[in-house]
Write a protein that binds this ligand. Structure first.
Ligand code: PLP
Length: 481
């Protein structure tokens, strides 16, 4: 398995690669429509060749790093190669760095935060732009300084630089997102790396939103602009089978005890002592997710075959097209940059004047067949900054439940490499009806959950897939065998 195995795949082929691209769904008026998925920042669909690759691999499936059977040897080799492919995808020198597989970016950040072995007065410099997953794990172990953001939603880099100088000696790490899951803004990670290294700190890049959209090169470990640690998730990069990637120096992970201990993590166990295995085995406790790793490697191979630069160019054009059309709609407010869009990935956060974000998302779904996300996108600090929520309002809203969509929020449309202008047109057409109040339904809010419903329209999951409660009557009245 090679990360560029000679296949020639064109950008235009990617759309046909998407499992479920032609799925039709029922709308409020009873008609059916092709579902337009614009929530790729949450999770992407699967590539067909990923499914095919899994099918091809499954006859060879076996436990890895455990058995001597023929299949165990093949599967172990394949699993090791998937680590290589995941590391090479971000330019890691695998003589000096290791790839650890967990289940997602969140798990990777938690693992890294624990393994850093911080003293309580050590400092991590992060930003107010971060996803909760690149904020809360650091807060557990040390002092976190959150660098603020500027008017356009970007991180205040001059403050970041001065905080690094101010905390020289104490600051161990800068933890920053490669691209924001709210505004899509890309941070200048190599510049930040250089500043961090100047004061003896390391850098961690949360690449959950960067990896699917931009070529990444962590550079040589000796380069002052090198990215020391980086994480990304397979479910955001067309292989949603439960793998998260963490890349970092072998010597870092060779030191200290792993978080999870047990099978696979050791080379020797006595009654009173233990010798840990070498990374990555040391930090991949228990039987690993081999199938998920194969899926990820195939998805990355497809993206490599198309070329990440090509994908970036396409997504930027799509973003420009979408934003130019949204600008013509009255009452829409887009947050973050709306010009020079090369500096952000394809994520558009917006509100519609006078309308609750949850209502807008519900109408887009029920009447337009458009899948978006609304709420605070697990970035509450950033959200409140962007929305200019006053401390009083913040206090008031705090009384509400944490996941309550009544909390200040936005609607987010986000693109994948397979989306096209037709998807954008369908989204704009429905948004246009919303801003002109030409939607059909009368929606009611549930004051507890903050979710909207519309009499006569329910999503009956049991009509679309087979796992459901046999004691609950189905709408079709079908008997369950
Ligand atoms: C920027 C960013 N970081 C981290 C995460 C967490 O990723 P995961 O859910 O795969 O752990 C997300 C998920 O949306 C994200 O957008």
């Amino acid at each position: 398995m090679n990360s560029n195995d000679g296949r020639k795949i064109k950008l235009a082929d990617l759309r046909n690669q998407v499992v479920g691209i032609d799925t039709t769904i029922p709308l409020l008026d009873g008609s059916k429509r092709r579902y337009v998925f614009l929530d790729n920042a949450a999770s992407t669909p699967t590539f067909r060749s990923v499914l095919k690759c899994i099918e091809e691999f499954l006859p060879w499936y076996s436990g890895v790093h455990r058995g001597m059977g023929f299949k165990a040897v093949v599967a172990t080799n394949v699993y090791d190669q998937t680590h290589r492919i995941a590391g090479e995808f971000v330019g890691a020198d695998l003589q000096r760095n290791v790839v650890l597989f967990g289940k997602n970016t969140t798990e990777s950040v938690n693992l890294l935060a624990r393994r850093f072995n911080f003293a309580t007065d050590d400092v991590v410099i992060s930003t107010m732009m971060e996803h909760h997953s690149n904020d809360l794990p650091w807060r557990k172990y040390c002092k976190v300084i959150h660098v603020g953001i500027m008017e356009d939603g970007g991180v205040d880099l001059s403050v970041l630089k001065s905080e690094l100088q101010k905390h020289k000696g104490k600051v161990k790490l800068v933890a920053v997102s490669g691209a924001s899951n709210v505004t899509g803004i890309c941070n200048p990670i190599h510049e930040i790396a250089e500043w961090a290294h100047e004061v003896g700190a390391k850098i961690f890049v949360d690449a959950a939103q960067l990896a699917p959209h931009r070529p990444i090169d962590v550079l040589s470990n000796d380069d002052p602009r090198h990215i020391d640690f980086l994480a990304y998730s397979a479910h955001k990069i067309y292989a949603p089978f439960g793998i998260g990637v963490l890349v970092g120096p072998i010597e870092f992970f060779a030191k200290g005890d792993p978080d999870f201990v047990g099978g696979g993590t050791v080379s020797y166990v006595g009654l009173d002592d233990v010798e840990w295995a070498s990374p990555p085995q040391k930090d991949e406790a228990g039987s690993p997710n081999v199938v998920g790793a194969v899926a990820l490697a195939e998805a990355l191979t497809i993206l490599n075959a198309v070329g990440m630069e090509t994908i970036t160019e396409h997504e930027t054009q799509l973003l420009e097209y979408a934003i130019s059309r949204m600008k013509n709609l009255p009452g829409i407010r887009i947050y973050g940059p709306t010009e020079n869009l090369g500096r952000k990935v394809g994520v558009i956060p917006f509100t519609v004047g006078g309308m609750d974000h949850a209502l807008v998302a519900t109408i887009l779904s029920m009447e337009g067949g458009i899948g978006v996300r609304n709420g605070n996108f697990c970035a509450q600090v950033y959200m409140r900054k962007l929305l200019n929520v006053s401390p009083e309002e913040e206090k008031m809203k705090r009384a509400a439940r944490c996941d309550n969509p009544i909390l200040p929020g936005m609607v987010r449309a986000s693109f994948g490499c397979y989306n096209n202008e037709e998807d954008v047109d369908m989204f704009i057409e429905m948004l246009d009806r919303i801003v002109r109040k030409q939607f059909r339904g009368t929606y009611a809010i549930d004051p507890i959950t903050g979710m909207y419903s519309m009499n006569g329209y329910t999503v009956d999951a049991s009509a679309h897939f087979r796992f459901f409660d046999p004691h609950k009557p189905t709408t079709t009245g079908e008997e369950v065998a």
